[in-house]
Ligand binder design. Structure first.
Ligand code: AMP
Length: 535
């Protein structure tokens, strides 16, 4: 027997329509321009609908891919909802990738239209040459004109003005329809496209905004430092309008002083970013002795948080750190480690050290830690295994992929190696794609990195496996000293001594600048190539 409730599709346009109806005056602040611009959910919805009308005018139909090459700003948000609202697919391109790779991705996705920040004109030229399917080029922050290749580009304002009169229909399609496309950073092989559906993003926004996770509420002001091109800004541009919270969009200005300015001038209560960017903010606050007055919570994810970040924000500044683990393939939030609310329950506060763990899966994700044969490993916090996940916002096949990437039981192997304690808290100890196996045993690159990066004078640390005749592989530690710090290998080894098994001790320590990838994480692929070239 079927239930007798309404057939109400979970389509993402309903989020902005709800915000425009119930929180029409809540501010959306765009700091991408010198003079911050303020609009609200009412006017944002109007602009997003105008964007849809312009898309229709330009013959874009449901299912077409509309690419964006934009920072977090209101034009991006209007394009985001305007595209998804009519059933077309918003494809966020990451401007930090190598330009040839961006072109490859746009072509692979068969993008039909490109909306780009005019400051990225050089990249636009390469994309347009590499992706012949792009028919319309729209520039935000620039006028109309001809590209070097002779193709015309129109301004964002002119594009908006080109739409027909009348309100376009939003959400007239299945909730299973594709809504967004995001290629993973691709540390190995070609980038792969993750194709989100309306339903998956809708459910993810609910799931990742539960009180156990981000917990954003009406009256709050949210600063997504994490770009919208990095796995949907972790869902924040859906959650804020859902909650009726204000949004502050930082544009390209992600340095410490700019972020501190955004937080203090706009009264930001919750922000989210990767560790390197959050460290930049912390360094600035320390150097100037200033405090982020209204900031209550900082979501740090995309890579492991360091003890310095947790201590710096929680102990010194009174800002709660929410440590998030996730992946583009998970929409992206998977696990959360945050301060427990009730010390009498099993969630006893293990101190700030608990925030260094990746924490517990958010409802309703299922997780499993398994060995090479797929058998579950014991939950003893010691036995590592492959972390696999299953849920309504986990990918099952990559875009244009030929096979499913889930096992017979529907689990997706994240490529991360984790242990789990008896309470269900997960700790990532390594990555299968980045594993060091020495004498048939695991060495946790991540654990050595975490310890090394906490040593005095160390700005960043990375451990890579290097070939070894006897052991197969041995760990090499690459250390980036802080400005003005003079470091000796002996001091680093002394700092690690006793904290890791003797056989984990890296034989080689190199001092150099550590390359970062497009999302601000350490780029081990490049580092490995650099070190191999040096012999
Ligand atoms: P991406 O899809 O580019 O966001 O990369 C996802 C990968 O980043 C994961 O599979 C992890 O290897 C890593 N990662 C993300 N969040 C964390 C975290 N909190 N701690 C450790 N590694 C993380």
């Amino acid at each position: 027997m079927l239930g007798l409730m309404q057939d109400w599709r979970l389509t993402l346009d309903k989020i902005l329509s709800y915000a425009a109806r119930e929180h029409p005056d809540t501010a959306v602040i765009d700091r991408s321009v010198t003079q911050s611009q303020v609009c609200d959910y009412r006017s944002l919805e109007r602009e997003a609908r105008r964007f849809t009308k312009a898309l229709l005018r330009h013959n874009v139909v449901a299912g077409d891919r509309v690419a964006t090459l934009l920072w977090n700003d209101t034009a991006h948000l209007a394009a985001w909802y305007g595209t998804m609202g009519m059933g077309a697919v918003l494809h966020t391109l990451n401007p930090r990738l190598h330009v040839d790779q961006i072109g490859w991705i746009a072509n692979h996705a068969k993008d039909r239209m490109l909306v780009a920040d005019a400051r990225f004109l050089d990249i636009v030229e390469v994309i347009v040459a590499a992706a012949p399917g792009i028919e319309t080029i729209v520039l935000v922050g620039g006028g109309a004109g001809l590209l070097k290749c002779g193709r015309p580009a129109i301004s964002f304002d002119a594009f908006l003005a080109s739409g027909d009169e009348g309100a376009p229909q939003w959400g007239e399609f299945s909730e299973e329809s594709a809504a967004g496309l995001c290629y993973t950073s691709g540390t190995t092989g070609d980038p792969k496209g993750v194709l989100y559906s309306h339903r998956s993003n809708f459910l993810h926004a609910f799931a990742a905004n539960q009180p156990n996770a981000f917990g954003i509420r009406e009256g709050e002001t949210v600063l997504p430092i994490v770009p919208m091109f990095h796995a949907n800004a972790w869902g924040l541009t859906f959650m804020a309008p859902m909650a009726g919270a204000s949004l502050v969009l930082p544009g390209s200005r992600l340095d410490g002083p700019s972020l501190a300015g955004a937080i203090n001038e706009q009264g930001v209560t919750i922000a989210a970013g990767v560790p390197t960017v959050c460290m930049g903010l912390l360094d600035h606050l320390r150097a100037t002795g200033s405090r982020p007055e209204c900031l209550k919570r900082l979501i740090i994810g995309g890579a492991a948080v360091t003890p310095d970040l947790v201590e710096g924000f929680e102990r010194d500044l009174g800002v709660e750190v929410i440590h998030a683990w996730g992946m583009t393939e998970l929409s992206p939030v998977g696990c959360i480690s945050k301060k427990p609310v009730n010390e009498n329950r099993r969630l006893v506060d293990l101190g700030r050290a608990a925030r260094l763990r990746q924490g517990s899966p958010i409802f309703p994700l299922e997780t499993r830690i398994q060995d090479e044969t797929g058998a579950p490993v014991p939950h003893d916090d010691r036995t590592p295994g492959h972390l696999a996940v299953k849920g309504p916002f986990v990918t099952k096949t990559y875009f244009a992929g030929t096979s499913e990437v889930i096992d017979a039981e529907g689990f997706f192997d994240t490529g991360d190696i984790a242990v789990r304690d008896q309470h269900g808290s997960i700790r990532i100890v390594d990555r299968a794609k980045d594993i060091i196996k020495s004498g048939g045993e695991w060495i946790s690159a991540l654990e050595i990195e975490t310890l090394a990066s906490a040593l005095p004078g160390v700005a960043a640390a990375a451990v890579i496996g290097v070939p070894d005749v006897k052991w197969g592989e041995r760990p090499m530690l690459v250390v980036e000293p802080k400005a003005d710090a003079i470091l000796e290998a002996e001091a680093i080894l002394a700092g690690l001594d006793g904290q890791i098994p003797k056989w984990w001790m890296p034989e080689r320590i190199e001092f150099r600048t550590i390359p970062l990838g497009a999302t601000g994480k350490i780029d081990k692929k490049t580092l490995r190539t650099m070190m191999a070239a040096e012999g």
